[in-house]
Design a protein around this ligand. Structure first.
Ligand SMILES: Nc1ncnc2c1ncn2[C@@H]1O[C@H](COP(=O)(O)OP(=O)(O)OP(=O)(O)O)[C@@H](O)[C@H]1O
Ligand SMILES: [Mg+2]
Length: 425
C-alpha cells in the first residue's frame, strides 16, 4: 500500500516536471518566433522605407513616356529593361543609390526623391523639399536662350571666369544624349534638372580626370555612374543593436581593422591629395569638399582613390554667396554639409564668406589616423609632423596659397618616396 502511494507521488512529480519543461520550451519557442518575426519586420520596414528604387523608376519612366524628359539611359531603363536596379545601397530614404547592370557595365544608379540640394543666388542655403519638376526650360525656349540659362546658372555656381563658355559647351554636349547635334526640349529639361546636382556638375567638370566615377548615362535627373569596387574607404557596418553596445573608442579602432597594407593606404591618400589639387584652382574654378568623411571616398582594385559621394562638393563661389545670406547667432550656425565652417559675424547676424579651413587641412584631419596606423616605425615621427602641419592650416586656400602648395607637395613627395619601390605604386 505504502509502495503504491510512493509510486503514484513520484509519477505525479514526474508528470508535473515534464509539463513544466514542456511549458518552458513552448515559452522559449514562442519567444524565438516573436523576436524572429520582430527582427524580420524591422528589417523589412527599414528596407522598404530606405529602398524606393521602384518609385524612382516609375516617376522617371512616367515622365519619359509622356515625352517630358529624355536622356541616354531612358529607353534602356524604361523600354528595353537592359538597365536595371540591383542591390539597394541607400542609407537615406530621399537619396536612392542602387548598384545596376547595364549591358555588360556594372554601375551605380542615383536618384533623388526628396531633398534636392538646390540653391541659387539670393536664396537661403537650405535644402529645399522638392522633387525635380522638369518645368524648365519651358516650351518655346530656343537653344540660344537655353545656353544663356545654363551660362547664368553656372556663373552663379562657379563664378565669372574665362572658361565659362567652354564649360557651357561641355554641359551642352552631355545634354545632347543621342549625339544628333541638336538639343531637344526633353533633353534640355533633363540637363537642367541634372545641373542642380553638385555631384553631376563635378563629374562633368572633372571628366577626364581620374578621381571621380565616370558619368555613364542619365534619364531626367536619375543618373548612372561607374561602380567603385571598394567603398566606403574604411569602416565596419554593424547592425544598430550592436552599435549601441560598443564604446566610441573601441568603434574607432574596429573601423580600422580591415584596411589595406600601409603602402596601399599611402597610395590612396596620394589620390586624395591629387583630387584636392585638381579642384583647387582647377580649370573651372575652385570647389569645396564639405563632407570629408571616410564614407565619401572609395578606391578601385589598383588602390586609386575615387570620390563616391559628391553631393557636398560645391563651387567656392556659390558657397560664399550662399554663406553671406545665412543668418546666425553663433559659429555653429555657419556650417555647410558636414565640415565646411565659417565664422558668424555676431553684430550683423550673418555668416562670413571665408572658409575656416581649406579642403587640404580637413582631409589631413579626417584621415590622420587612417594613414598613421600601420605606418613603418621609422616614418612615424616625420609623417605625424607633416600631417599635423597640414591639418593646422587655417583660412581659405587663396589666403595662404604658398603654404598650402608647399605642404601638399611635401606630403605627396614624402609618401611617393616611401612607396615608389613597392609594387603598389
Ligand atoms: N559609385 C559608387 N560605387 C560604389 N558604391 C557607391 C557609389 N556611390 C555610392 N556608393 C555607396 O552607396 C552607399 C550610399 O551612399 P550615400 O552617399 O548616399 O550614403 P552615405 O554616405 O552612407 O550617407 P550620407 O547621406 O551621410 O552621405 C554608400 O555605402 C556608398 O559607399
Ligand atoms: Mg555619403
Amino acid at each position: 500500500m505504502q509502495r503504491n502511494r510512493n509510486t503514484s507521488v513520484m509519477q505525479f512529480a514526474l508528470n508535473a516536471r515534464l509539463s513544466y519543461i514542456r511549458v518552458k520550451y513552448l515559452f522559449l519557442m514562442w519567444l524565438v518566433v516573436f523576436v524572429g518575426s520582430w527582427v524580420v519586420y524591422v528589417q523589412y520596414s527599414t528596407y522598404s522605407e530606405l529602398c524606393r528604387g521602384q518609385e524612382c523608376k516609375t516617376i522617371i519612366c512616367d515622365k519619359y513616356s509622356q515625352g517630358i524628359i529624355d536622356g541616354s539611359a531612358c529607353s534602356n531603363l524604361c523600354e528595353e529593361s537592359s538597365l536595371y536596379f540591383r542591390r539597394c545601397l541607400s542609407t537615406k530614404p530621399n537619396n536612392q543609390v542602387y548598384t545596376s547592370s547595364w549591358g555588360d557595365q556594372y554601375g551605380v544608379i542615383k536618384c533623388q526623391l526628396g531633398d534636392v540640394l538646390h540653391y541659387e543666388l539670393g536664396e537661403e542655403m537650405e535644402p529645399k523639399k522638392e522633387i525635380a519638376l522638369f518645368d524648365k526650360p519651358t516650351r518655346g525656349t530656343s537653344v540660344e536662350k537655353f545656353k544663356e540659362m545654363v551660362a547664368s546658372l553656372l556663373k552663379a555656381k562657379v563664378g565669372d571666369q574665362a572658361y565659362l563658355s567652354s564649360l557651357v559647351a561641355l554641359i551642352l554636349s552631355v545634354a545632347d544624349s543621342n549625339k544628333d547635334g541638336h538639343i531637344s526640349l526633353p533633353e534640355a529639361k533633363s540637363a537642367w534638372a541634372l545641373l542642380q546636382h553638385n555631384e553631376v556638375l563635378l563629374a562633368v567638370v572633372l571628366q577626364g580626370r581620374e578621381h571621380t566615377p565616370r558619368l555613364l548615362g542619365f534619364c531626367g535627373d536619375l543618373y548612372v555612374v561607374e561602380h567603385v569596387p571598394h567603398a566606403p574607404l574604411y569602416g565596419l557596418s554593424l547592425p544598430w543593436p550592436m552599435e549601441l553596445w560598443i564604446p566610441t573608442g573601441m568603434r574607432l579602432s574596429m573601423d580600422q581593422w580591415f584596411t589595406p597594407s600601409w603602402p596601399r593606404k599611402a597610395k590612396i591618400f596620394i589620390g586624395l591629395l591629387e583630387l584636392i589639387e585638381d579642384i583647387f584652382h582647377g580649370t573651372f574654378g575652385s570647389f569645396l569638399m564639405c563632407d570629408m568623411r571616410a564614407s565619401t571616398f572609395g578606391y578601385n582594385d589598383r588602390y586609386d582613390l575615387r570620390l563616391v559621394d559628391g553631393r557636398y562638393v560645391v563651387a567656392e563661389e556659390a558657397f560664399k554667396q550662399a554663406m553671406i545670406l545665412q543668418r546666425c547667432e553663433e559659429d555653429e550656425d555657419c556650417v555647410y554639409g558636414v565640415d565646411c565652417r565659417t565664422a558668424c559675424d555676431r553684430a550683423e547676424h550673418r555668416c562670413m564668406a571665408e572658409l575656416a579651413q581649406p579642403n587640404l587641412a580637413r582631409a589631413c584631419g579626417a584621415l590622420k589616423d587612417y594613414l598613421l596606423r600601420g605606418a613603418p616605425f621609422h616614418l612615424q615621427e616625420e609623417l605625424r609632423k607633416q600631417l599635423y602641419a597640414c591639418s593646422a592650416l587655417k583660412g581659405s586656400a587663396e589666403q595662404m596659397e604658398m603654404e598650402h602648395s608647399l605642404i601638399l607637395n611635401h606630403l605627396k613627395t614624402f609618401l611617393w618616396k616611401q612607396i615608389s619601390h613597392t609594387n603598389d605604386s
